[in-house]
Design a protein around this ligand. Structure first.
Ligand SMILES: [Zn+2]
Length: 398
C-alpha cells in the first residue's frame, strides 16, 4: 500500500464489514451472525496492533507511513458467513461473499469510514487491482467481479480483475443453478437462475442484452468483458456482478436498474454514504428512461412515481445516510430524484437531451469520484447557464 496523501499516516483505515454482523453489532433485521477471527496483521515484516470498532478497522502503525512511501499489509483472518444474511450470506450450499475482506477506505484528511448502515451503502471504497487465488473443498461455480470465463465448476483457480471498487465472489453449488452465457458487443453476460424453478434464462438474457446494449450506446462504453447476473433476489449491484430477482413475471425493472449501476456507482463513483442519490437516483432515472422508450412513460416511471407519492419525502435529496429518517431514504433518493430530473429535462430538450447530458457526465467522470457539487457544476457547465435556482431546491451544496 502506498501513501498518496500529503500527510504522514499514524494509522491505515479499512472497512471490515463482517464486524457489523456480529451478535453485538448486527442490524435487527438479520438473524444469524458472522463469526470471524483476525489472527495476525503485518506491515512489512512487522506484526502491528489494530483497533476494530463497528466496521472500521484501523491498523496502528508503530512508525509513520510517510507520503509516497509503500509498504505491504497482510491481514490473516477466518470468516464464517451469516446464514440467509443480507449481501454477505450463506444460502444452502451457496456462498455470497460481498464485503468479505478488509476494504481500504478513502483518506480525506483522515480516514472517511462511517459506521455500517443497512439502509443503504455506507462504504466508500477505491478502485484497485485484484488477484484472488481460491482452493475449495469441492467444485463450485465461481461468479466474481474478476474475469471468470467459461461457466464450469471448479475447486481451485485464480481470478484477476482491474479497476474494481469492491470485489464480489460468489461460490454456487452447480446442482442448484442453471446458467446461460450471451454476448453483447464485447461483453459476456452470464445469467444464473435457481434450477428448482422453471428455466427462463433465455428470456432474462434477452432482456439483459437489450438493456446493456442501450446503456452502452446511450451512456458510453463499458470496458469490462464480463457481467454476471445472479437471480437470487439479492437486488444488489457490485462491480461486474449483479444480484437480481428470479420472478419470471416481474424481473425486468430490477435487472435494468442493477445493470445501470455499472455506469453510476461503479464506473462513475461517489461516496454512497454522503451522496446516495448520485448512484441510486441517477441509476433509477436511466432505468425509467429505458423503460419509457421500450414501453411508455407510465410503465417507465411506475417505480419512481409510486415511491414519490409516499408522504415521507425529504425536500433535500443529498442528505447523508444517517441524516435521513429511515422512512424517507428510499422514496426521496429512488422516487423524488428521477421524477425531478425528468421534469427538469421536459423543459430542457426531453429524454434525448437527458441521455446526452448523462453520457457527457459519464465521459467526464469515468473511473473518477464525484460528489453533489461536481454534478451541480457540471449541469451549469453543460447548459452554459447558472442553474443554481433549480439545484438549490433539492441539493445542499457546501
Ligand atoms: Zn440501486
Amino acid at each position: 500500500m502506498r501513501n498518496e496523501s500529503q500527510d504522514a499516516w499514524k494509522d491505515i483505515g479499512f472497512y471490515f464489514i463482517p464486524n457489523a454482523f456480529t451478535a453485538e453489532n448486527k442490524p435487527e433485521s438479520i438473524n444469524d451472525t458472522a463469526d470471524f477471527s483476525i489472527n495476525q496483521i503485518t506491515l512489512g515484516d512487522e506484526e502491528i496492533p489494530y483497533d476494530l470498532t463497528n466496521n472500521k478497522l484501523l491498523l496502528k502503525l508503530t512508525n509513520e507511513l510517510l507520503p509516497g512511501e509503500t509498504k505491504n499489509v497482510k491481514i490473516n483472518y477466518t470468516l464464517e458467513l451469516p446464514e440467509n444474511g443480507t449481501r454477505l450470506s450463506k444460502v444452502n450450499d451457496n456462498f455470497h461473499l460481498a464485503q468479505w475482506y478488509p476494504m481500504l477506505g478513502h483518506y480525506q484528511k483522515g480516514w472517511n469510514i462511517k459506521d455500517f448502515d443497512i439502509k443503504g451503502e455506507s462504504y466508500h471504497t477505491s478502485y484497485g487491482d485484484y488477484v484472488v487465488n481460491y482452493e475449495l473443498p469441492k467444485d463450485y461455480l465461481v461468479v466474481s467481479s474478476g474475469q471468470d470465463g467459461l461457466i464450469v465448476p471448479a475447486s481451485s483457480g485464480k481470478i484477476e480483475g482491474t479497476n474494481i471498487k469492491d470485489f464480489y465472489l460468489g461460490l454456487l453449488n452447480p446442482k442448484e443453478w442453471t446458467s446461460k452465457s450471451a454476448i453483447v458487443n464485447d461483453t459476456n453476460l452470464r445469467v444464473f437462475l435457481p434450477s428448482d424453478k422453471p428455466d427462463f434464462s433465455e428470456e432474462m438474457s434477452k432482456s439483459a442484452i437489450e438493456a446493456y446494449a442501450y446503456l452502452e450506446s446511450n451512456l458510453g462504453e463499458n470496458p469490462f468483458h464480463e457481467l454476471d447476473i445472479i437471480g437470487n433476489n439479492g437486488q444488489m449491484e457490485y462491480p461486474n456482478v449483479i444480484e437480481v430477482s428470479n420472478d419470471q413475471q416481474n424481473f425486468e425493472h430490477t435487472l435494468v436498474h442493477e445493470i445501470a449501476h455499472q455506469w453510476f456507482y461503479y464506473m462513475v463513483s461517489n461516496d454512497p454514504h454522503k451522496d446516495a442519490w448520485l448512484d441510486e437516483g441517477l441509476t433509477e432515472f436511466v432505468t425509467s428512461m429505458y423503460l419509457t422508450e421500450k414501453y411508455n412513460e407510465v410503465v417507465g416511471y411506475e417505480f419512481a412515481n409510486n415511491l414519490s407519492q409516499i408522504s415521507s419525502i425529504n425536500g433535500i435529496v443529498n442528505l447523508a445516510l444517517d441524516e435521513f429518517e429511515k422512512a424517507e431514504y428510499v422514496p426521496t433518493v429512488y422516487g423524488k430524484t428521477p421524477i425531478l430530473l425528468r421534469d427538469f429535462f421536459k423543459d430542457h430538450g426531453g429524454q434525448e437531451e437527458a441521455l446526452q447530458f448523462l453520457s457527457e457526465y459519464f465521459k467526464a467522470y469515468k473511473f473518477k469520484y464525484v460528489d453533489s457539487k461536481t454534478f451541480a457544476d457540471f449541469l451549469n457547465e453543460y447548459f452554459e447557464e447558472d442553474k443554481s435556482d433549480f439545484e438549490e431546491k433539492w441539493l445542499n451544496i457546501e
